[in-house]
Write a protein that binds this ligand. Sequence first.
Ligand SMILES: [Zn+2]
Length: 249
Amino acid sequence: MDIITVRGIVLREFPVFENDKYIHVLTQEYGVIEILVKGGQKLGSKNAGGTQLFSYSRLSLRTGKGKYYLDSSEPIQLFYKLREDLERLSLACYFAEVACYAAGQHEQKEEMMRLFLNTLHFLSNGERSCELLKCIFEMRFMTVIGMMPDIVCCPVCMTYISESMCFDLRTSKLYCSSCYKAGFDGEQIVVSSSVVKALRHIVFADYDRLFNFRLSDKSLKLLGSLTERYLLIHLGREFKTLDFYNSLQ
Ligand SMILES: [Zn+2]
């Protein structure tokens, strides 16, 4: 058995045996890993804070044969305000389910951690709306795992921006209105130039600016339906946590 130390965010917890629990943790070092927490179900256990859902913690682990066992934990940040608001909590659960499903298979672990921590920060402190955070997380997540949409310009005529453009969810391309001649089959979305600018911002902006933009309610709604459908189509599955979040709206 080796002893390692990781920093990670608890994405999921579930009980096993009489007193123990498993946690799934997004780490910078190893992607998403499953850790057995001995006594994790006991109230007041010394690891209760550091292993609770959405805590960002320093974890000391014993590892061998691909399994991880918790030795000790020390919370860095708890995002405790998430628990005060069902909508925000359920959105965090959706982000966690998406990350558990797709984040482990990809190399950009450092960026994934950054995206997740930044999103939880704004989700917890309430300084950004759920609608905005959902758009940002969905599209930036897809970008981080290598499914970046091709939105620099129209692939036919190289037009950078026009009053309205058409995003094709399936091919991930953005056409200007004069080049998009094919019939609509429900997998294209016509978007205004402000939605195009917001999309480009989400995909390309540095983290210190990523969460700093505004859109009208109407444009935000359109952007939200685009980013959600894009994620679902390209990950090829549904998420129960998303259905629950949407049922609250
Ligand atoms: Zn064009």
